[in-house]
Design a protein around this ligand. Structure first.
Ligand code: NAD
Ligand code: UDP
Length: 321
């Protein structure tokens, strides 16, 4: 199959491309390199089944493909809040253009939506039927309302134009290749611990998240794309941790002596989040296999290698060797 991956040079997109290439597909990676990097897809440059297109999805594009994994959108609050108008354009205009492309060439499109559509949830854990508690005018709205509109567009193109769509609601995912200055919590803590810098816990660290290792997530995306269910389907690891517990886990794996520093909680920060994955289990036969205790060391190894290679000047040599 010829498969388009928007946001393919990013964290999840590049792992997905590794899987699709290994399965022998023709893959087109489309990215504007806002948070993605050529380094993530370097191993495929020059491969006869791989094409790279530098393009911004807020502009239309014509391509001939069979499937579209639509992932293009910055995922870290730091990056999506840097230019919120651009973020909402990416989610709304970008998703509309991709659905238009899917309609024209009769391709199936999988939308990478997010657990953020549940906002600060009043139902716990969150099933797909829950409609969420989202602030429409807050600093996270460009992302969470943007993804809610993207879901609406997907379902309207499906009902009105028979476009085959799949909607994944992805919960916090981590793993190798995350940017070390990404601003998301797992990458922040791992980079801070390796550099012997204090771990920045926002608020009291009592808010919770559920962390899914990237290979599990990619498996879920591929099953959803090739299965019969439109969704939405939650994809995440139900293992729920407070942010303080996560900091302590990073301390344990990297350096028990690295201190924890408490900083103010950002506005509208969801207090808790845990996926109900009943749908994914029954519809896709999917559940995560990699617990945090196994996934975290794999990510730490990748960060250690990269920080060493980049000659991380602030790093304590003993921590990196
Ligand atoms: P990422 O920031 O690493 O990847 C996003 C990619 O999209 C980057 O390569 C970036 O350059 C590209 N991009 C951004 N705007 C673009 C535009 N206008 N045109 C073309 N390319 C553009 O993030 P990620 O963690 O890999 O997330 C991928 C997708 O999964 C996103 O849609 C995100 O909303 C969704 N998601 C991720 C998580 C998570 O925990 N990682 C959770 C929920 C949802
Ligand atoms: N967080 C933190 N320290 C950091 C970065 C994030 O305590 O250095 C907290 C953040 O306030 C949130 C949680 O960790 O409660 C997850 O943040 P992230 O940005 O990774 O994802 P999201 O809030 O979008 O789920």
């Amino acid at each position: 199959m010829r498969i388009l991956v928007t946001g393919g040079a990013g964290f999840i997109g590049s792992h997905l491309i590794d899987r699709l290439m290994a399965e022998g597909h023709d893959v087109i990676c489309l990215d504007n390199f806002y948070t993605g990097s050529k380094r993530n897809i370097q191993q495929w440059l020059g491969h006869p089944s791989f094409d790279l297109i530098r393009h911004d999805i807020t502009e239309p594009i014509r391509l001939e493909v069979d499937q579209i994994y639509h992932l293009a959108c910055p995922a870290s609050p730091v990056h999506y809040q840097y230019n919120p108008v651009k973020t909402i354009k990416t989610n709304v205009l970008g998703t509309m253009y991709m659905l238009g492309l899917a309609k024209r060439v009769k391709a199936r499109l999988l939308l990478a939506s997010t657990s953020e559509v549940y906002g600060d949830p009043e139902v716990h854990p969150q099933p797909e039927e829950y409609r969420g508690n989202v602030n429409p005018i807050g600093i996270r709205s460009c992302y969470d309302e943007g993804k809610r509109v993207a879901e609406t567009l997907a379902f309207d193109y499906h009902r009105q134009n028979d476009v085959e769509v799949r909607v994944a609601r992805i919960f916090n995912t981590y793993g190798p290749r995350m940017l070390e200055n990404d601003g998301r919590v797992v990458s922040n803590f791992v980079a801070q611990a390796l550099r012997d810098k204090p771990l920045t816990v926002y608020g009291e660290g009592s808010q919770t998240r559920s962390f899914c290792y990237v290979s599990d997530l990619v498996e879920g995306l591929i099953r959803l794309m090739n299965g019969d269910h439109v969704g939405p389907v939650n994809l995440g690891n139900p293992g729920e941790y407070t942010i303080l517990e996560l900091a302590q886990a990073v301390q344990k794996f990297v350096n028990p002596d690295v201190p924890i520093k408490f900083e103010p909680l950002p506005q509208d920060d969801p207090r808790r989040r845990q996926p109900d994955i009943t749908r994914a289990r029954t519809w896709l036969g999917w559940e995560p296999k990699v617990p945090l205790e196994e996934g975290l060391p794999l990510m730490i190894e990748d960060f250690r290698r990269r920080l060493l290679a980049e000659g991380a000047e602030a790093a304590e040599p003993s921590m990196l060797s």
